[in-house]
Design a protein around this ligand. Structure first.
Ligand code: NA7
Length: 575
């Protein structure tokens, strides 16, 4: 579909905002359900996060065999990943393959940004407006806008006067950016920076990294895909998927339920060494209580700091790189040669924790009175997570209430799927769902499957709108907050709580209770005739929803790991 410049109102059953993995799968399912749909996408291609984050070294931190759609065994069998952890171009190629394979592009309008979505109460329909002048009328408005899609660009003084190019990792140019022979600044040391820094350092004449808070990072030990491993999984991919879905993280890895504090120092050392040698996010599964007990967490944090000091030659730089906060409180990073990079003579680490970046000059970055001369700057400064992508659109529900107003003190949803006052507005991996704390693609599929069954049910019973009740929404928000308090994760200033952006309310946004518990809850709500939701206009309210899509989420759970006893004993792996 080409970009429209008309002002006529088009009508479809569902409008989907975003053509990342969420919007693509939603479109595929809507078609199967027999609903008409249009997807609006700001980029010129599909892939969402993997379309925008093209920075050097961008790579998924969930293993390739687990980071893909699971809805088609044929797709699972046909696609081949080349590495243990997929690089961004390969994930984007996969997204394009899916778009071609299911002929998705004909219902996606690219290069178009949704600016407003307004619920018309008289008609029970949404009117969606775009920056290309479109006005689209739809029964359902489905937000597939991504959790990390609104780039945070700190408004440093003097930035407009800086003569060199400035690139944000999350809005990276499509043309190659060549740092050869240049003096480069990288601002930020989160996941994106940690992936990009070793690659940029290999090209640049000099690299100055401005660090406000050091991150913990575990080596990926990335390698070519082991054909035997791939063959084993593909022999029974559905069983492997089921095993992964039964894990709190939505992906499978070895997890030790024991307490770190019950082990002797020698046992712990052995356990951490083994887990470090396996690398990646599963390192956090070394013990069951690492994210619950500060004393337990101290043991893994000490181990990680020892590893940093063993690699980094200069003790002062090593000290700066050693975090002093809870291990895994902020999102754990996964790297290739990050710490080694600081042993190169042309790489400098500048601490801006106490003396923030004051300003940009035409030729540099000033902090603590020192002007660091650079030709170009990379902002690896993260995102307004979870709600930032909603904030970019003026969303108006019943009684003229905007979503931004409703969420002023923090997002409020029922199951992260929908919110009171905004009938027929669905959110894929919205705040209040496991989303970023679980494997994103299964999280997306589970949400979409639930929504498609829900929309199918509405059609079956002739309902015009669906909306949660305030009581159920309040109870869910309370539960999300209570569970978050159990974990040490709620204690630090991460993007999980919105604290990385000045002025945002501090609320732990994702649901930390674990993917299987959450999925069970969604299944239960569906089985109980959409408990907690009000359907209006339905002719036959007693008909139970058919569960054509959600059925595949009724998997046996790994009760050792997610049982109430495990939760009470604070032994739940969260990544
Ligand atoms: P992150 O993890 O939010 O990292 C952003 C980094 O930028 C972090 O080190 C911030 O320091 C730093 N930052 C932000 N603003 C400033 C200012 N004003 N001055 C100096 N430094 C600043 O984003 P990423 O893109 O790396 O990763 C996001 C997720 O993508 C990641 O967790 C994975 O799930 C994939 P701070 O820590 O706030 O002090």
């Amino acid at each position: 579909m080409s970009t429209s410049t008309t002002n006529t109102v088009d009508a479809v059953d569902a409008i989907v905002v975003g053509a990342g993995f969420a919007g693509m799968y939603m479109l595929h399912c809507l078609r199967e359900l027999g609903l008409s749909a249009r997807v609006i996408e700001a980029g010129s291609g599909v892939g969402g996060t993997w379309y925008w984050n093209r920075y050097p070294g961008a790579r998924c931190d969930v293993e390739s065999m687990q980071y893909s759609y699971s809805f088609s065994d044929k797709l699972d069998q046909d696609w081949e990943w080349s590495e243990k952890y997929s690089p961004q171009p390969e994930i984007l190629a996969y997204a394009n393959h899916v778009a071609d394979r299911y002929d998705l592009r004909r219902d996606i309008q690219f290069n178009t940004r949704v600016t407003e979505a307004t619920f018309n109460e008289a008609a029970n329909r949404w009117i969606v407006a775009t920056d290309q002048g479109d006005r689209i009328d739809a029964q359902f408005c489905i937000m597939a806008v991504g959790c990390l899609s609104a780039a945070n660009r700190p408004p440093f003084d003097g930035l407009d006067d800086f003569q060199g190019p400035v690139h944000h990792t999350g809005e990276w140019p499509h043309d190659d950016v060549d740092f050869t022979g240049l003096d480069v600044a990288v601002i930020g040391t989160g996941s994106s920076a940690i992936q990009a820094i070793p690659i940029i350092a290999a090209q640049a004449k000099s690299l100055t990294v401005f660090q406000r808070t050091p991150s913990y990072t575990v080596p990926a030990w990335n390698e070519k895909m082991d054909p035997e491993y791939e063959r084993d999984i593909k022999e029974d991919y559905p069983a492997f998927r089921a095993k992964a879905r039964a894990r709190p993280t939505g992906f499978y890895f070895p997890f030790n339920m024991e307490s770190a504090l019950d082990a002797t120092p020698a046992e712990r050392e052995h356990q951490y060494e083994e887990a470090w040698a396996r690398g990646g996010l599963p390192f956090l599964g070394s013990y069951g209580d690492l994210l619950f007990e500060t004393d337990a967490n101290d043991t893994i944090a000490d181990f990680a700091r020892t590893k940093i000091r063993a690699v980094v030659d200069d003790p002062a730089t090593a000290d700066l790189l050693c975090p002093d906060n809870v291990f895994g409180c902020k999102r754990l990073c996964v790297d290739t040669n990050y710490y080694q990079t600081y042993n190169q003579p042309h790489v400098t680490l500048v601490d801006v924790s106490e003396n923030p970046i004051e300003r940009f000059t035409t030729t540099g970055v000033v902090t603590n009175g020192i002007d660091y001369k650079v030709d170009t700057a990379v902002f690896a400064t993260g995102f307004a997570a979870m709600t930032g992508s909603f904030d970019k659109i003026k969303i108006t529900g019943r009684d003229g209430l905007t979503l931004a107003e409703k969420w002023r003190a923090g997002p409020r949803t029922y199951l992260g799927l929908s919110t009171v006052g905004f009938p027929n507005l669905f959110m894929i991996t919205g705040p209040g769902s496991p989303s970023v704390l679980a494997n994103m693609i299964p999280s997306i599929e589970q949400h979409v499957d639930w929504m498609v069954d829900c929309m199918g049910h509405m059609r079956d019973v002739g309902a015009a709108t669906i909306e949660p009740t305030l009581t159920y929404e309040d109870d869910w928000v309370k539960h999300v907050n209570e569970v978050a308090q159990v974990s040490l994760r709620s204690t630090c200033s991460s993007w999980y709580v919105g604290a990385n952006i000045p002025g945002r309310p501090r609320v732990f946004m994702p649901y930390i209770g674990g993917f299987p518990i959450y999925v069970n809850k969604c299944n239960e709500v569906m089985t109980n005739n959409l408990e907690g939701f009000i359907l209006k206009g339905a002719a036959k309210t007693t008909t139970a929803p058919r569960t054509r899509w959600t059925e595949r989420w009724r998997v046996p759970l790994d009760m050792d790991i997610i049982s109430p006893a495990a939760i009470a004993a604070k032994r739940v792996p969260v990544v």
